[in-house]
Design a protein around this ligand. Sequence first.
Ligand code: ATP
Ligand code: MG
Length: 410
Amino acid sequence: MSKHDSNVIVGLDIGTSKIACVVAEASPDGSIDVIGIGKHPSRGLRKGVVVNIESTVESIRLAVEEAEMMSGSDIRSVFVGIAGNHIQGRNSHGVVATKNGEVTEEDVTRAVDAASAMAIPADQKILHILPQEYIIDEQDGIREPIGMSGVRLEARVHMITGAVSSAQNIIKCCNRCDLDVADMVLEQVASSESVLSQDEKDIGVVLVDIGGGTTDIAIFINGAICHTAVIPIGGDHLTNDLVIGLRTSAREADVLKIKYGSCMVEMIGADEQVEVPSVGGREPRPMPRQIMAQILEPRVHELFELVKSELQRSGYEELIAAGLVLTGGSSLLEGMVELAEETFNGLPVRLGRPQGVGGLVDVVSSPIYATGVGLLLYGQRYRQQTPHKHPSQSQKGIWHRMRRWFGDTT
Ligand SMILES: Nc1ncnc2c1ncn2[C@@H]1O[C@H](COP(=O)(O)OP(=O)(O)OP(=O)(O)O)[C@@H](O)[C@H]1O
Ligand SMILES: [Mg+2]
């Protein structure tokens, strides 16, 4: 039996460690139920960027097939994530005069257009233009300007650009699996849809998505995104440190990290032992768990120090009353929340699990699925909203540019 296509939304998270394909069915009331999941180890990426098309295509195909089997649907179109340190975010603003003394949809479009009319490098393309606020005459902090009186309309936006080649490679991989790309979404923008509450975004919060290859950051103030960044350190670095420190294979080190790892030495009893498999056919050997934590703690501490520097650089350090929300697979490492609290001098820190969907909730409630579920929620919003409110293509110009960009690859 095949599910009715127009009600099905699919999020495809092409991560450095895994490809996750999450399928959901949308109800007329706007709620969405997860009906299938496919997950497969990812082989063709480095630090969030596709470096091997063949391997990536193969992994996507297997994840999508699994999700199709589970959901009983035929997947043709996906909302896909994009990440990597080629991504750049900047704040910008544009001003226009309103035509009739009252703000119309067209005025908003022109203002956002003006805000995005800045020179970007030739090898970069606009991914998102996310409106932050509108200022009408002298009044700031306006989120819904249409219909308000005023002669001068200013739009403040956060503009996110990415390398054309990276985006084209993602589209190429999807097309090779017979999948259309409905939209491409920055991974931390997607994750923020599924793990952050509106309250947190309003009072100021930092999303920290710690994956396998990278740690992706997004800062929200007054309900809008105002800073994005990528730190090229993730769980794979922790695994590599264990490979060297414990002299075992990468596969075993990853298993040991997930089962017994911790980044807080003080949380581990001195008598706790683990069995470390050796390489080259030698006997497994016992080892105090504290030794693993002594290897992992400095690296995670270094990562949080880098997040802290990024926060200071952004200039929003004093404005994040809701603190940090950690998500992504590596946020599951024991001691993460505690070490973040310690590093960020008592700022609130919590683990972010995907929320806001029904259906197979137990499976997708792991932070590993933050991006996959976020892509679904983003996709649902995209279907529901009128073009000018679309969080990415807030105006027709961008939509046309995106279309042309997609078209470039075919
Ligand atoms: N319980 C756990 N404890 C510690 N680490 C974990 C746990 N579960 C998964 N990980 C680690 O999380 C990482 C994968 O996380 P995730 O699936 O979010 O990455 P990804 O999205 O594929 O990568 P990226 O976002 O960097 O491209 C791996 O390094 C894995 O070892
Ligand atoms: Mg990820």
